[in-house]
Design a protein around this ligand. Structure first.
Ligand SMILES: *[C@@H]1O[C@H](CO)[C@@H](O)[C@H](O)[C@H]1NC(C)=O
Ligand SMILES: *[C@@H]1O[C@H](CO)[C@@H](O)[C@H](O)[C@H]1NC(C)=O
Ligand SMILES: *[C@@H]1O[C@H](CO)[C@@H](O)[C@H](O)[C@H]1NC(C)=O
Length: 180
C-alpha cells in the first residue's frame, strides 16, 4: 500500500514538474573565456592599516596563519599592475580559515568585487582548499555575478613581493574563467 502511494506520488510529481519545467539551453559557442592577471595588496601586520585580520581562534592559542582554526577576514585592494598606485581593479573581500591540524592548509571563500570601468559591480566567487605556504596557490572559481554570471574556472596566487618587516605582500592573481 505504501509502495503504491509512493508510486502515485512520483507519477504526480513527474506530471507536475514534467509539464511545467522550462529548459533553456545556451549554445556552447556563446561561452567566453576571460583570462587576466591582477595584483592583491595584502597588509597583514595586525595594525590599523591591515587589510587582513584574524577575527577568531581557539581560546588559549595564538591566532595566526599556522594555527588550526584561526579565521581571518580580508579586504585587499586589487590593482592592474604590481605598483599599488596603478589602476584600481577591485577588492578581494572574504574569509579564510586555517583548516588542517598541522596548520599548513587554508580554506578560502572570498569574492573579487570589480570596480574598474569594464567590470564595475561584477564579482567572481573564489573557493577552495590549498597549501598556503607553497609558491603557487590554486583555488576554484565557483560562480560569478554581472558580467561573470555562471562563471567557473580557477585562480592562482603567487607572491610578487613580500616585505617581512611591514608584513606587506604584493600577490599576483591569475584568473582563468569561462562564463556567458
Ligand atoms: C562604478 O559604479 C559605481 C556605482 O554604480 C559608480 O559610483 C562608480 O563611479 C563606477 N566606477 C567606474 C570606474 O565606472
Ligand atoms: C607570501 O605572502 C604571505 C603574506 O600574504 C606571507 O605570509 C608568505 O610568507 C609569503 N610567502 C613567501 C614565499 O614569501
Ligand atoms: C600568471 O600569468 C603570468 C603572465 O600573465 C605568467 O607569467 C605566470 O607564469 C602565471 N602564473 C602562473 C602560476 O601560472
Amino acid at each position: 500500500m505504501a509502495l503504491a502511494n509512493n508510486t502515485n506520488l512520483s507519477l504526480a510529481l513527474f506530471l507536475v514538474l514534467g509539464t511545467s519545467m522550462v529548459v533553456f539551453t545556451i549554445p556552447d559557442d556563446q561561452l567566453k573565456e576571460t583570462r587576466m592577471s591582477v595584483y592583491f595588496h595584502d597588509y597583514s601586520s595586525g595594525g590599523p592599516d591591515s587589510t587582513v585580520r584574524a577575527v577568531v581562534g581557539f581560546p588559549g592559542k595564538s591566532w595566526n596563519l599556522a594555527q588550526f582554526g584561526t579565521l581571518f577576514v580580508s579586504d585587499d585592494p586589487i590593482t592592474e599592475g604590481p605598483d599599488s598606485e596603478s589602476t584600481p581593479v577591485g577588492r578581494g573581500r572574504g574569509i579564510f580559515i586555517t583548516a588542517s591540524l598541522d596548520g599548513l592548509n587554508t580554506y578560502v571563500s572570498f569574492s573579487i568585487v570589480f570596480t574598474n570601468k569594464a567590470y564595475n559591480g561584477s564579482t567572481i566567487q573564489i573557493q577552495g582548499n590549498g597549501d598556503q605556504f607553497t609558491a603557487v596557490r590554486e583555488y576554484g572559481v565557483v560562480s560569478g555575478t554581472g558580467k561573470f554570471r555562471y562563471a567557473n574556472g580557477y585562480v592562482t596566487f603567487e607572491n610578487s613581493s613580500f616585505d617581512r618587516s611591514t608584513s606587506y605582500a604584493i600577490i599576483r592573481c591569475n584568473i582563468s574563467i569561462r562564463h556567458y
